[in-house]
Design a protein around this ligand. Sequence first.
Ligand code: BMA
Length: 328
Amino acid sequence: MIEPTRLGGCTDVALFTRYAANPILSRADWPYPVNSVFNAAAVQLPDGDTLLLCRVEDRTGLSHLCSARSANGVDGWRIDPQPTLPASPHDFPEEIWGIEDPRITYLPELEQYAIAYTSFARGGPGVSLALTRDFRSFERFGVIMPPEDKDAALLPRRINGYWAMIHRPMTTLGAHMWISYSPDLRHWGNHKIILEARRGGWWDANKIGLCSPPIETSKGWLTIYHGVRQTASGCLYRLGLALFDLENPEVCLQRGDSWIFGPEAPYERSGDVHDVVFPCGQTIGPEGDTIHLYYGAADSCIALATGSTRCLLAWLDAHSETRKSHKA
Ligand code: BMA
């Protein structure tokens, strides 16, 4: 668990610093022909390597997942020579149009990594789950949240005896973040809204969704989410912060009032889909504070930005809607 030791000395102007040599991975790096690589899950493996499980869109337009490993998490990526986790529509028809946007959570109780990802078929996007120990063989659970649902990640431990998963169903209520619980990772229930998209002119009006898996800190689950604003020239994807209670993650303790990161660099502003920053994973530095945030940029490449857990918590203290309703 990460302790916020010192809350002073943080700049609230730039909470994340882009890596100077961004993007760190793009289609030119791929060992087989692809259209784009983006929206990667991230995890630090026991041998110290950073593993990115990248969404790769091939030239059929459909996506699969492919691993890239690096000793420093920045360069020297070793990319699997073929798809690591291809869609498997024969056994899982909900994957007929591919699989997308994974999030990885290590589950110490099972000594396995849980990968929540979007499976895409005629009914729309749903949430599927797979477990793995090594990112080479996978136990696939199939679809665990039916369409339309996406942007899912598990919490790393049970809450009151149940696994917990944050996800984003589309309902008649809108595109809000929900939490659901399961005794066995297969059967999910007790669904509750935990954070709502705001309305009107807000930066996170229209749609919100979880980005990377929440970070466990002593103050709560520090959560980066994306907010979508529809404009006359398309959607703008930006990032915001919220903090949820450690033992009752249905309770939003704080929600930032403005976005903390948005498309500015050329590789974020222009690509297959303009004006998108979309993180699905992060690793935490050995000192327990530095966040290495891996994000898809403009649905075309993978970029890296670095921040501080301590500073994000300090910023939330200064800029959140604490004690106000988290609804707009
Ligand atoms: C979202 C997801 C992401 C994508 C983003 C922008 O709905 O599908 O995979 O990066 O749109 O196109």
